[in-house]
Design a protein around this ligand. Structure first.
Ligand code: ATP
Ligand code: MG
Length: 576
């Protein structure tokens, strides 16, 4: 796949700020964690606290600067300065103390993207209890199971969400002692508490965040992260997203997904810039309007959204003044190469793909601003991160050094935002580590220059007639066809081949399904991929099932195709 796409070197505009990472390889060689601490404060008595680095220290030095520009569903626009945010965060932390919440106890949020969500997150971190965000679109069961698993002590939610989703399951939630409602009385309730807060000792390994995985491969796991992760949030904010203090940054992810916390709350504030929070969900027109009106300079989003923008056509982008955009990044799913090329044409800037997981707490592999982009590649390991392609053996793991060899992506243990446990599942956690490596469960290749190429999740890889086929490659080939908007590929058991490749495809608006089109798409894929890899079967469907974080649920496509039980559907995008 790699050879067919031109490499992209972004030309910088005159007067454009220099990238934080000027020379990738040199930075990698020079890197030390001691140096990575520069630009952060640390607590006076030692240790790190995320809320201190994100809010309190900036409140002193740049209190008047806008930290959060909140855009409400109905056109509201609210600016919260660093000084104002610090007061709100302090009040919330004091409120937790007043409720008798102890250090390390879990504070859950079930909120739309309203300012109080951000205040609750940072207030919980200042207080040193553990913050656990949930998507407000979750139904009662996923809410109850997450609160039960993590033993949630406090829940912050709205009266309407409480009535619809929590009340029916409240009796099952024995650990839940306090429900804090975001309603008209919120401001008065918060005003009862002091607007300053002295953060207590926060050793580096103090638990900070409990994040549930997306549930793409099965039941979501609760990954626990510590305050020291802020080192990684800061480093990756600067290096992988190229954040500068003057940027207007927009991460479109909801904090219910780890991206929306690490990069929709922590990293941008730690970098001291102005971040956009949009309460609404995806809407192409609204998004272009926000990018252009708010003069967004760095934009972090996901392939599903990018594909929806592509589906809507380039004209919609060309109509707008998007000249403020300097750096575009994507995460969560493989970013197909034609989307990178499309964005270069539509915005004059390519999307920079990067890779990480809930478990890794922050970006580990990225196309930084200093790099030549190879469309279809996730980029290189960031400074301070050692990534390798490995094979599991009877004795442990073996590192595969040969370029372009396929294997499991592994990360050398010990980066600061590494998860410290799956909540209540110590054995599952232990199994992720072998011989000093964290095994990611993703298959990838590394080329001779150190660029990583995603192959697929180990669970999704298809064994067909002696070949190992990664769904991503097949999906990418289908997505290059002008009528295809979305594609999902699975293995379907077959008596002769072991498995055959089966594709599901959703079409762009105005395109009609027909048996001729199915044949054409199958032929298109055969021409690009060869008969061994191309799908043997293809169904045109109205849309593909996705998680709330926007990932194609291949396990559900497979279960439905084979008439098997559908498994955990709590994270399905459309389930209410
Ligand atoms: P679960 O672990 O519950 O199955 P999940 O793995 O989808 O859910 P996340 O932690 O949100 O939950 O997603 C991480 C995964 O997303 C990675 O392991 C990888 O499979 C995929 N991913 C993330 N970024 C990229 C990328 N740039 N390219 C390809 N895949 C990516
Ligand atoms: Mg996972």
């Amino acid at each position: 796949m790699e050879e067919r796409w031109p490499r992209i070197v972004t030309t910088r505009r005159p007067n454009e700020v220099a990238p934080n990472l000027l020379d990738d390889d040199a930075a990698r060689r020079r890197f030390t964690w001691a140096r990575a601490r520069e630009g952060l404060d640390g607590l006076p008595g030692g240790g790190w606290n995320i809320a201190h680095e994100a809010v309190f220290r900036h409140a002193r030095t740049q209190g008047k600067k806008v930290a959060v520009r909140w855009l409400g569903r109905h056109g509201e626009r609210l600016d919260i300065t660093y000084a104002d945010l610090a007061v709100r965060v302090a009040k919330f932390a004091n409120a937790l103390n007043a409720m008798g919440v102890g250090e390390g106890e879990r504070v859950y949020a079930l909120l739309p993207r309203v300012p109080e969500l951000y205040v609750a997150a940072l207030g919980t971190l200042a207080h040193r209890s553990v913050f656990c965000p949930m998507f407000s679109a979750f139904g009662p069961d996923p809410i109850a199971s997450r609160i039960r698993i993590g033993g949630g002590r406090v829940l912050v939610t709205t009266p309407a969400l409480y009535d619809r989703k929590v009340r029916p399951v409240r009796a099952q939630l024995e650990s839940l002692r306090d429900v804090v409602l975001v309603d008209e009385s919120w401001a008065a309730a918060m005003d009862m508490h002091a607007g300053t807060y002295a953060i207590g000792p926060t050793p580096a390994n103090t638990p900070a965040l409990l994040h549930f995985t997306s549930g793409t491969t099965g039941t979501p796991k609760g990954a626990l992260h510590v305050h020291e992760a802020v080192l990684m949030h800061h480093l990756t904010g600067r290096y992988a997203l190229d954040l500068h203090a003057d940027d207007v940054f927009w991460c479109t992810a909801d904090p219910g997904w780890v991206t929306g916390t690490s990069y929709g709350i922590i990293a941008p504030l730690v970098c001291g810039l102005t971040m956009i929070v949009d309460e609404s969900d995806f809407d192409g027109d609204r998004w272009y309007e926000i990018l252009s009106r708010e003069r967004v300079s760095v934009w972090y989003t996901a392939p599903t959204a990018i594909r929806m923008l592509i589906k809507a056509g380039m004209e919609a982008a060309k109509k707008r003044d998007l000249s403020s955009l300097r750096f575009l990044a994507s995460v969560g799913e493989p970013l197909n190469p034609d989307a990178v090329v499309w964005s270069e044409q539509a915005f004059g800037r390519p999307f920079h793909d990067n890779w990480w997981q809930t478990e890794t707490g922050g970006i580990l592999i990225a196309n930084t601003a200093a790099m030549e982009i190879r469309p279809g590649s996730m980029g290189k390991a960031l400074p301070g991160v050692e990534a390798a392609i490995v094979r599991r053996t009877a004795k442990g793991v073996e590192v595969i050094d040969a370029p372009d060899a396929e294997g499991e992506l592994a990360i050398k243990k010990g980066w600061p935002s590494m998860f410290v446990g799956y909540w209540n599942e110590p054995e599952r956690y232990e199994k992720c580590f072998v011989g000093g490596w964290y095994l990611t469960g993703d298959l990838a290749k590394r080329d001779a220059d150190g660029y990583f190429w995603f192959v697929g999740r180990a669970d999704d890889v298809i064994k067909s007639a002696g070949h190992l086929i990664g769904p991503f490659e097949v999906e990418s080939a289908l997505l290059e066809h002008p009528v295809v908007a979305e594609a999902g590929v699975i293995g379907k058991p077959d008596a002769v081949a072991g498995n055959i490749v089966k594709a599901f495809v959703a079409l762009k608006p105005g395109c009609k399904s027909s048996t001729e089109l199915v044949d054409e798409l199958l032929g298109w894929a055969r021409k690009r991929l060869g008969t061994a890899v191309a799908p043997k079967e293809l169904s045109i469907v109205p849309s593909l099932p996705r998680t709330r974080s926007g990932k194609v649920l291949r396990r559900l496509l497979r279960a439905r195709e084979l008439g098997l039980p559908e498994g955990d559907l709590s994270t399905l995008e459309s389930s209410k």
